[in-house]
Ligand binder design. Structure first.
Ligand code: SAM
Length: 307
């Protein structure tokens, strides 16, 4: 079967404008390989990761380059971090979340279209979404809906799930959509379903926890002058990245009332995106899924801070 042609990946020209000259690139979220292609075309070597075996298979076939080393793993795992360090990257790119192909592949269960199984596992291992929804207690469900979906009726939605699953297990998208409708009211619609489904996906794949733990290791692994570029599609994810970059870019990170600076006393590098970079109207028109993207880039200091 022939693969479809490459579409222009999200924020392609903005990304290249900020970090395009880099030659040793870790693409932590290979997906369909759109961003990796841009760097391979510029002569770079790429170490790529994806949790999804199908993404790796397709990227290897489509990119067909001996300058690509593609691995099926979470880029947040300790083994991946070792490989990233050994590669000595001058760019680490994360284009977070799921790809259009994953959203469209109903067998993966990310979609709220009717009849889709509640799966949502990027790596096809571990516990599917249905397990989580059928077993998590009301408190945990409330936190998922509140923290990952900014849902102000999180507690009501969690109670609705617990009530419904006492008589019938959650199996498909329809079960979750019905519960959302019942808890959020008849005016709830696709935007609410998308937000709640995204929250469940984030919980199933521990997306925020993994990112928060991995960010310091990525900064360490970069060569002096190297860059970390992160594209987020979720406010919690973007907040996490923004706070990490701010801290790295600060001159002093001592608590506010400290009399004499006792921390590293110098920034670890500089933020290249004073404001996050978002999509243009043209990009949103061409690719509606890019509408929520926020790109932030940090450049590691050229001279390593003294120990
Ligand atoms: C938005 S897509 C990336 C699209 C890609 N940049 C392109 O141009 O085609 C996100 C991809 O990252 C993968 N992914 C998400 N979290 C990951 C992680 N922690 N480690 C490795 N891959 C991950 C998903 O499976 C998905 O294929």
């Amino acid at each position: 079967m022939t693969e479809p042609p490459y579409h222009l990946p999200v924020l392609a020209s903005e990304l290249l404008g900020l970090v395009g000259e880099r030659q040793r690139v870790v693409d932590g979220t290979l997906g369909d390989g759109g961003h990796a292609r841009l760097f391979l075309d510029r002569g770079a070597r790429v170490l790529g990761f994806d949790r999804d075996p199908e993404a790796i298979r397709r990227a290897v076939t489509r990119l067909a380059s001996d300058r690509l080393d593609a691995r099926q793993a979470s880029v947040y795992s300790p083994e991946s971090l070792l490989a990233v360090r050994a590669f000595r990257p001058d760019l680490i790119l994360l284009d977070l979340g799921v790809s259009s192909r994953q959203l469209d592949d109903e067998s993966l269960g990310f979609s709220f279209r009717p009849g889709v199984p509640l799966d949502m596992r990027m790596a096809r291992e571990g516990r599917p979404a249905a397990d989580l929804l059928n077993s998590a207690d009301a408190g945990k469900l409330t936190r998922i809906f509140r923290d990952f979906a900014d849902e102000r009726r999180a507690r009501r939605l969690a109670a609705e799930l617990v009530r419904r699953r006492a008589t019938a297990r959650f199996e498909t998208s329809d079960d979750l959509v019905r519960a959302i409708r019942a808890a959020l009211g008849p005016r709830s619609g696709p935007a609410d379903f998308a937000r709640i489904f995204q929250a469940v996906r984030i919980a199933v794949n521990d997306e925020l926890g993994g990112l928060a733990e991995a960010l310091p290791g990525f900064l360490e692994a970069l060569e002096p002058g190297g860059a970390l570029a992160v594209m987020s599609y979720h406010s919690g994810e973007d907040r996490l990245v923004k706070n990490a970059l701010r801290e790295w870019g600060a001159t002093c990170v001592c608590p506010p009332k400290t009399l004499r600076c006792a921390c590293r006393g110098r920034p670890l590098g500089r933020i290249l995106t004073k404001k996050p970079v978002g999509p243009t109207a043209d990009e949103i028109a061409a690719n509606p899924r890019a509408r929520s993207v926020r790109l932030r880039v940090f450049e590691k200091a050229r001279d390593e801070p003294q120990g």
